[in-house]
Design a protein around this ligand. Structure first.
Ligand code: NOJ
Ligand code: CA
Length: 697
C-alpha cells in the first residue's frame, strides 16, 4: 500500500487562528485525528504544542537554534510557508522485533523566516503518526552561512502539569547506567532520553530522538517547573555541534499512547530513520551466544594475564564445544589482548587490538570454531581512549576478519565526560559518551566494520536512536544497567528495573542485557582463590529463576547472551531447555499487558517459524495476570510449554522454585499467570497438529 500526497499551502489565510491578533498557526493532525500539533511564530520566536484526545499533552514549547557567529533562529520569526504531505508505506526489517513495519504519517514542513538581520529561513519538519510525532530542523544552503557552530538548541517540551515520570539522570559519571527514578516530573533535574511520562488523564508520553547522526546527543534539563529543554552534550570546548549547511538535525520524538503498552508497540523511532544504507545484509547474524565473561564479573577468572586468566585457548574451546552442543552461535571472549594487566579502567592507551596474549591462540580457536560451527565473538575494550582505538581501527577489524569474527562487542568504560581524544595539535581532550565526537566515532566503527561484514555491539555506547534501520550491522548495544550489576553493583538491579526498562531504554532499540543467570547467588560461593575474594554478597540476582527465562522474550535483542557459566546451565537442564529453544529474531511482537514499573508481558512469533513465545515479569509484587491468547494464529493448535514460578518462589528468600508444565491451547483461550514477587513466566507455544479434544483425553 503506498499513498503519497503533497500539497503546498501559503499559510496566511488558511491558518486556524483563534482571532485576528493571534500569531499565525500551522496545524497537523495524525492520520487517526487524535494527535494535533500546532506551530506559531512571532516576535517571541517559534513555538509548538501537542494535543492528544482533544487535551493539551505538551503545552506551548519553544523551537529554535542558535549559532556562534551568525544570526540564529531564536526570536523575530514568521511562518513563511507550510507544505504538507501524507504517506502510507510498509517496509521490511532484515531482522527485528517484527518483519513488516507500517509507516503511515502526515507531514508538515514549516518554513520559519527571520524578520530581523539577513532574512534567513529554517524549516521545521513535523511528522504525525497515530503513535506520536517527530520533528527536526533543516537548515538549507543560504548566503552567509557555511560552517556553523551550534551553541544552543532551544527546543522545549513543556508539560501542562505534573506528570508521573520515569527517567535516569544525564551527564553523570556512570553514563546511562543508573537505576530509574520514579516520581513527579517536576522533581526531575536532568534526564537522558527516552524519558517516559504518564499524565493524570492516563495518556502516556515518551520523549526521545531518532537518527542521531552528525550532531550531539540530546538530554533534557528542567528549566522551569515542568518545562524540559534540550540539553546537547557539548564538545570539550563548549560548542554543541559543528556542522555545515545544508544539514538536518536528528528528529525529536514524542511517542504517545493511551496505554503503557501502546508505547511498546510503537515503531515511530524506526520509521523516522533512513532506510538500509548497506544493501545486502544477509551476513548480519542474529542469535544466542555464550562467553568468557560472567566468570570475570563474579571473580572466578580475570581479564588480565595471571594464573586465573579467562581468555585461554583451552577455555575458549570448552565454551565453543558447549555452544555447539546446544546450538548457540558464538563465544564472546574478553581479556584476550594485550592491555588488561593492571588498572585497565584508567589505561586505555595500553590496549593493543592485534596482539593476543600468548595463551590465546586465535588461529587454533578460529579453526576449532569452523570445525564445530561456532564463531568467536570479538571484544574491543577501549577504556574510553578513542584516539588509541581509532589509530588501530582498520588493522583491528582486519585482524578479527581473518579469524572469522563476524561480531564485535566494543566497550567505552570511562566516566561520563572522560572519553579521551587527541586533537589535531596532539593535545589531550575529554569528551562525552553522547557528544558529537562519539556520535561520529560510533558510525565510523559501524561503517568500517560493515566493509568487512562485521556487526557491532557497543557497551558504554551512545544511546540508540534507531540507526539499526540504516546500518543493520549495528546489532545491539548496552546503554543501561545490565546483569553485570547483579554481580558487583551495590545495589544490584532491583525487581522493578526490568519492569521499567521496556518502557524507557528499550523504546530506543535492542539492549545487550546479558540475561539467563541460573546461579542467583554467585557471591555466596567460597572464592576460588584467597586473593580474589567474591564481590559483596548483597550483589545478587533479585529475580526468580523463571524471571531469568522471561527476560529473553521481554528484553528484545537480536543477539542474546546465555550469560551464566556452562556448568550452571547443565545443573538445571529443565529450565535451560527454554533458553535452548527461544529464538532471537521475530516475525511479530506484541506487548499484551503492562504498567510502567509494575509488570509487562510480550508475545512474539518466531521469524520464519510457527511458534509463539511469551515472556511476562513483575516487580517486587506478586501478580496474577489473565491474558487472552488472541495473538496466536487462528485455526492452529499449540502446546504451551510453561515455565513458571513454583510454590513459595520469591526473589529475595526463595528464588529457585520452578514448574515446567504443558497445556494445549489455541486462539480464543486465556491463560492466568501467577507471578511470584520478583518473578516471571516464560512460555513457548509450540505449533502442533494434535486436536485439543483428542489430546485432552
Ligand atoms: C563493561 C561491559 O559492560 C562489560 O560487559 C565488560 O565485561 C566490561 N566492561 C569489560 O570490558
Ligand atoms: Ca557496562
Amino acid at each position: 500500500m503506498l499513498r503519497f500526497v503533497v500539497f503546498a499551502v501559503v499559510l496566511l489565510g488558511v491558518c486556524g487562528c483563534a482571532n485576528a491578533d493571534a500569531a499565525p498557526v500551522a496545524e497537523l493532525t495524525s492520520p487517526d485525528g487524535r494527535i494535533r500539533v500546532s506551530v506559531e511564530a512571532g516576535e517571541a520566536g517559534a513555538f509548538y504544542r501537542v494535543d492528544f484526545r482533544g487535551e493539551p499533552l505538551v503545552a506551548r514549547s519553544r523551537l529554535g537554534l542558535m549559532f556562534k557567529a551568525v544570526y540564529g533562529f531564536d526570536r523575530n520569526l514568521e511562518i513563511a510557508e507550510v507544505e504538507t504531505a501524507e504517506r502510507d508505506t510498509t517496509w521490511e526489517q532484515p531482522w527485528g522485533e517484527r518483519r513488516t513495519v507500517r509507516d503511515h504519517h502526515r507531514e508538515m514542513a514549516v518554513t520559519l523566516r527571520a524578520t530581523e538581520g539577513p532574512k534567513r529561513s529554517l524549516i521545521v519538519r513535523f511528522r504525525a503518526f497515530d503513535d506520536g510525532i517527530g520533528f527536526r530542523y533543516e537548515l538549507g544552503e543560504q548566503s552567509g552561512i557555511d560552517a556553523v557552530e551550534i551553541i544552543d538548541e532551544l527546543t522545549e517540551f513543556a508539560l501542562p502539569q505534573d506528570y508521573q515520570s520515569w527517567s535516569i539522570p544525564a551527564r553523570g559519571w556512570n553514563r546511562y547506567e543508573y537505576l530509574y527514578d520514579t516520581g513527579p516530573s517536576s522533581d526531575v533535574h536532568s534526564a537522558h532520553t527516552p524519558i517516559t511520562f504518564k499524565a493524570p488523564s492516563g495518556a502516556h508520553l515518551s520523549i526521545h530522538e531518532a537518527a542521531l547522526v552528525n550532531y550531539a546527543g540530546m538530554s533534557l534539563i528542567q528549566k522551569r517547573p515542568n518545562t524540559f529543554k534540550a540539553h546537547l552534550a557539548p564538545w570539550s570546548d563548549g560548542v554543541l555541534v559543528r556542522t555545515k549547511a545544508p544539514f538536518v538535525t536528528p528528529w525529536r520524538t514524542l511517542q504517545i499512547g493511551d496505554a503503557a503498552t501502546d508505547l511498546l508497540n510503537s515503531s515511530l523511532i524506526l520509521n523516522l530513520n533512513e532506510p538500509n544504507a548497506l544493501g545486502d545484509v544477509s551476513w548480519v547474524e542474529p542469535g544466542k551466544y555464550v562467553g568468557i565473561w560472567w566468570a570475570m564479573h563474579i571473580r572466578d577468572r580475570s581479564w588480565g594475564n595471571d594464573t586465573i586468566h579467562g581468555a585461554t585457548t583451552s577455555e575458549t574451546i570448552r565454551y565453543m564445544d558447549f555452544a555447539a552442543k546446544y546450538g548457540f552461535k558464538g563465544v564472546l571472549v574478553e581479556g584476550w589482548n594485550i592491555g588488561w594487566d593492571g588498572d585497565w579502567y584508567n589505561n586505555g592507551a595500553l590496549f593493543d587490538f592485534t596482539r593476543p596474549y600468548d595463551d590465546f591462540d586465535i588461529a587454533a580457536i578460529a579453526a576449532h570454531g569452523r570445525k564445530v560451527g561456532v564463531r568467536l565473538i570479538g571484544h574491543h575494550e577501549t577504556s574510553g581512549d578513542v584516539s588509541n582505538y581509532e589509530a588501530q581501527l582498520e588493522d583491528a577489524l582486519d585482524f578479527y576478519a581473518t579469524h572469522d569474527v563476524a561480531q564485535i562487542k566494543t566497550g567505552y568504560v570511562a566516566d561520563g565526560g572522560r572519553i579521551e581524544r587527541i586533537d589535531d595539535h596532539g593535545i589531550r581532550k575529554y569528551e562525552w559518551h553522547d557528544g558529537q565526537f562519539m556520535v561520529d566515532h560510533h558510525l565510523r566503527v559501524v561503517t568500517e566494520a560493515a566493509k568487512r561484514q562485521i556487526s557491532i555491539n557497543p557497551h558504554e555506547p551512545v544511546k540508540d536512536t534507531g540507526l539499526r534501520r540504516t546500518y543493520p550491522n549495528w546489532i545491539a548495544r548496552e546503554g543501561a544497567r545490565g546483569s553485570e550489576y547483579d554481580a558487583w553493583g551495590i545495589p544490584p538491579n532491583p525487581p522493578e528495573h526490568t519492569a521499567i526498562l521496556p518502557y524507557t531504554r528499550m523504546l530506543s532499540g535492542p539492549m545487550d542485557y546479558t540475561p539467563g543467570i541460573f546461579d542467583l547467588r554467585p557471591n555466596e560461593r567460597p572464592p576460588l582463590r584467597a586473593d580474589m575474594p567474591r564481590n559483596d554478597p548483597r550483589s545478587r540476582l533479585e529475580t526468580t529463576l523463571a524471571k531469568q527465562l522471561a527476560l529473553y522474550v521481554v528484553l528484545y535483542s537480536p543477539i542474546q547472551m546465555v550469560a551464566d557459566l556452562p556448568e550452571n546451565y547443565e545443573a538445571r537442564p529443565e529450565a535451560f531447555q527454554f533458553i535452548v529453544d527461544v529464538p532471537t529474531d521475530w516475525e511479530e511482537s506484541i506487548a499484551v499487558a503492562g504498567e510502567i514499573g509494575d509488570y509487562v508481558a510480550f508475545a512474539r512469533k518466531e521469524r520464519g517459524g510457527d511458534d509463539w513465545y511469551l515472556g511476562a515479569l513483575t516487580d517486587e509484587d506478586a501478580r496474577s495476570l489473565t491474558l487472552d491468547l488472541d495473538f496466536l494464529d487462528g485455526g492452529q493448535n499449540y502446546e504451551a510449554q510453561i515455565y513458571r514460578d513454583g510454590e513459595g518462589a520469591h526473589f529475595d528468600t526463595n528464588p529457585y522454585p520452578l514448574v515446567v508444565e504443558t497445556r494445549l491451547v489455541r486462539q480464543g483461550d486465556a491463560l492466568t499467570l501467577d507471578l511470584a514477587p520478583g518473578g516471571g513466566t516464560a512460555i513457548r507455544f509450540k505449533a502442533v497438529s494434535v486436536l485439543p479434544a483428542v489430546a485432552g483425553k
